[in-house]
Write a protein that binds this ligand. Structure first.
Ligand code: ADP
Ligand code: MG
Length: 216
């Protein structure tokens, strides 16, 4: 499995380009970080990959997953997982219900609760199963959001400044958890950030302007 961006350009409808001719391949099990200042187009790039680019923009070039173009596919068919800086858990659902919600449709009935609970046990947060998101800490919410993303069995993970809302101690802890769980999921992951400390050790990092990336 690999994520491949070919000659990608994103332009505003008035023609102004965020970036042009960006080429990148992310292999399974790999986390690639794109670094860039606020407003350079990081979130917009992830929107394009996930299939919900705003009407204000259009892109040219190709986005492929495992060699198959995603370009015509609607967002819900792409199997792209996204982790944002805000955890975006549903406030009216309990922790286990938030996890069960993400499970693939093929998992039915009581299996859904069982798998949600199993996932909570694996991250040692079983005791929070019946809590609501506003009753748990920010760090716990972040871990639940990560687990929720991976329970949906995405083919690729996109991370949009995933650590920026956490305080410093938690941040380091959560970085490790993200890196470990992504490695276990063995899917390509693309992270965007403006914080150099977010870059996993020994991994590829591409700094703005991305067009100058000749790594692959
Ligand atoms: P980043 O995530 O790197 O901070 P964004 O991708 O959010 O940057 O935004 C890139 C540029 O596009 C910025 O100049 C931003 O103001 C602009 N922008 C973002 N979203 C929209 C939108 N929905 N409509 C018009 N312009 C937008
Ligand atoms: Mg952004």
């Amino acid at each position: 499995m690999s994520l491949c961006l070919e000659n990608l350009a994103i332009r505003k409808n008035d023609g102004e380009a965020l970036f042009t001719a960006f080429n990148l391949t992310v292999e399974k099990g790999e986390i690639v970080t794109l670094m860039g200042p606020s407003g350079c187009g990081k979130s917009t790039l992830l929107d394009a990959i996930a299939g919900h680019l705003s009407q204000e923009f259009q892109y040219t070039g190709s986005i492929k997953l495992d060699g198959t173009p995603l370009d015509g596919q609607p967002a819900h068919k792409r199997q792209v997982g996204i982790l944002f800086q805000d955890d975006l858990l549903f406030p009216h659902l309990t922790v286990w219900e938030n996890l069960a919600f993400a499970l693939p449709d093929s998992i039915k009935g009581t299996q859904r609760k069982e798998q949600a609970i199993t996932a909570l046990k694996e991250i040692s947060l079983m005791s929070l199963a019946d809590s609501f998101p506003d009753q748990i800490s920010g760090g716990q919410r972040a871990r639940i959001a990560l687990t929720r993303m991976l329970l949906a069995k995405p083919k690729v993970a996109l991370l949009d400044e995933p650590y920026s809302k956490l305080d410093k101690d938690l941040r380091q802890q959560f970085r490790t958890q993200v890196e470990d769980q992504l490695k276990e999921a063995n899917i390509p992951a693309l992270m965007v950030t403006h914080d150099e400390e977010d870059v996993p050790q020994g991994s590829r990092c591409i700094t703005w302007p991305w067009e100058d990336n000749y790594a692959r």
